[in-house]
Design a binder for this molecule. Structure first.
Ligand code: ATP
Length: 517
């Protein structure tokens, strides 16, 4: 086969779900060996549906798929896999109780149980992508970034010629993203693999891909060589003309001061062995604190320790001057809400409607005499959330399992919006969210702050922190190494600090002093 002819061709591929939702309306796609093909679109545009069809998880309702020039009809992911298509799904379903090595060779029927054989193959795979995880580590103990790399090794281990990556960098920090990019380049340019790369990041699509398809409402509205495009053109295709930019409203903002009254949150020497060096911090009502740091910097560990989810953590967490018992139940009772990084663990009930999920943590607000939940008020809330966060759903009665990944993510955020939460802990709240909705979420965070709520937000996108936070803490190696007022820093400085090249010595941790005050 000639190098540039498509390895996979889709013609007029359509999908209508059982509930009548039309997810794809006749999509054409050509995927070529040795090339990286970017697939973009807003939340709910149909990307995951398309991927599930070409990886054998869903059956198309119409259209044709050809593989190396021959029409194919896959009836299972295994059939697609045997043919040479490996898919790395958004939720990275590694088996948490198995080791890295066992996960990498999970699907192989061969001799992966023979330690000597699998170790050798494992080493070869690691060598190919220049990434060497501990083969004996439990997958459940890995960070999202590490799991992502193990999933790539797993896909490679199947010997696939087409590797489909569904938002592989959504929750990754800059250095892990670089690792994924290097791997993608290696696989396409050196090993002549075809890569279908789904992403919400326009800059990485511009830098990494050769060709691009943009889906909007189930249709391919743009198909082009990447070199003929720019980010503006991509953004226009995704959202349909109107371009939304992250607001830099920070200039106009005067952050509240913890000096006035009892701080909403106080950390006194909060630490955890091997994970977090002591952090002391004082945060005011209505203040938004951004936590900048690369993966493994301790950013999520800080959030978990505050929430009482880290059993080994020591030190004090005070909410409105009261010391909290160190448990998640006590934190929730006191008014702390956590939106964790791992979407699968976000406490949505997939079989419940949007409205029911939304009001689970906040039944009081929709109940008569604080006792009887009133369904009309619950549905109204659902409608309000759909409007505020542009959730792509025709009504609040849609089940959460029928939503796209990004739209489900919006429901997890909306869930806390109506609750009695005083302190929000948001770990990567915009991972996997399209550019239009990102702005909605950042705006919502500022609205919550305006209502006197306090927010701590972790994000790998420092630009986002600059747009939304009053103060930014920089984490590195489990330490809080710097603190900046948002007016006094830049994305460049934060990148340098987080990456370890910036000035050291302004540690705000371990001193017993409330940082910044
Ligand atoms: N199992 C399902 N049943 C019914 N409708 C579904 C189902 N899965 C997806 N949909 C609907 O199909 C449409 C396309 O969803 P899809 O998951 O393909 O979007 P996406 O582009 O991958 O979005 P995201 O960026 O948020 O992951 C959405 O309207 C979604 O609600």
């Amino acid at each position: 086969m000639e190098k540039t002819s498509p390895i996979m061709t889709l013609r007029s591929v359509a999908k209508t779900f059982g509930n009548g939702t039309v997810a794809l309306r006749g999509v054409d796609l050509d995927i070529v060996q040795g090339k990286v093909h970017g697939l973009l679109g807003a939340n709910g545009a149909g990307k995951s549906t398309l991927i599930k069809i070409l990886s054998g998880a869903f059956k198309a309702s119409g259209g044709t798929i050809s593989w190396r020039g021959q029409p194919v009809s896959w009836d299972s992911p295994k059939a697609a896999n045997d043919m040479g298509v490996a898919t790395i799904h958004q939720h990275i379903p590694l088996v948490p109780t198995l080791s890295v090595l066992e996960n990498v060779f999970l699907g192989s029927t061969g001799a992966w149980r023979l330690a000597s054989v699998s170790r050798k193959r494992f080493d070869e795979l690691c060598e190919r992508v220049r990434y060497w995880p501990d083969p004996d580590a439990l997958a459940g103990d890995l960070s999202i970034g590490e799991r992502q790399m193990v999933s790539i090794l797993q896909a490679l281990g199947t010997g696939a010629d087409l590797i489909v990556m569904d938002e592989p960098t959504a929750s990754l920090a800059t250095d892990e993203r670089e690792l994924v990019y290097a791997t993608v380049r290696q696989l396409s340019k050196v090993e002549n693999k075809a890569i279908l790369f789904v992403s919400h990041f326009l800059d990485e699509v511009m830098a990494l891909t050769d060709q691009v398809t943009v889906l909007r409402d189930g249709e391919a509205v743009l198909r082009a060589e990447t070199s003929t495009l720019d980010e503006t053109r991509l953004a226009e295709a995704i959202v349909g003309k109107q371009i939304v930019e992250l607001e830099r409203a920070a200039e106009a903002r005067i952050g509240p001061s913890a000096a006035s009254g009892t701080p909403r949150l106080e950390l006194r020497g909060l630490s955890s062995p091997d994970k977090l060096m002591p952090v002391s911090l004082s945060v005011a009502k209505g203040e938004v604190i951004g936590v900048a740091g690369l993966l493994g910097s301790g950013r999520s560990e800080l959030i978990h320790a505050i929430f009482g989810a880290d059993k080994d953590a020591v030190g004090d967490v005070l909410l409105d001057g009261q010391t909290l018992a160190r448990s998640t139940a006590a934190s929730v009772r006191a008014g702390i809400g956590l939106v964790p990084e791992d979407r699968m663990g976000q406490g949505l009930v997939p079989e419940f409607e949007i409205w029911r999920n939304l009001t689970l943590p906040a039944l009081q607000g929709v109940s008569a005499f604080n006792m009887l939940p009133q369904p009309e008020r619950e549905r109204e809330r659902g409608e309000e959330a759909i409007r505020m966060l542009s959730i792509k759903a025709s009504s609040p009665d849609i089940l959460v399992r029928e939503l796209s990944g990004g739209n489900a993510q919006k429901v997890t955020i909306a869930k806390w919006m109506f609750s009695d939460v005083k302190l929000f802990l948001l770990d990567e709240p915009t991972a996997g969210i399209d550019i239009g909705a990102k702005t909605d979420i950042l705006r919502l965070i500022r609205k919550l702050a305006g209502e006197g709520k306090t927010v701590i937000i972790v994000s790998s996108e420092f630009e986002e922190l600059l747009a939304v936070a009053d103060r930014i803490l920089v984490m590195r190696d489990g330490k809080c190494i710097a603190e900046r007022n948002v007016h006094e820093t830049s994305e460049h400085e934060l990148l340098l600090l987080a990456g370890g090249q910036g000035p050291k010595g302004q540690a705000v941790n371990g001193s017993g002093k409330a940082a910044g005050h």
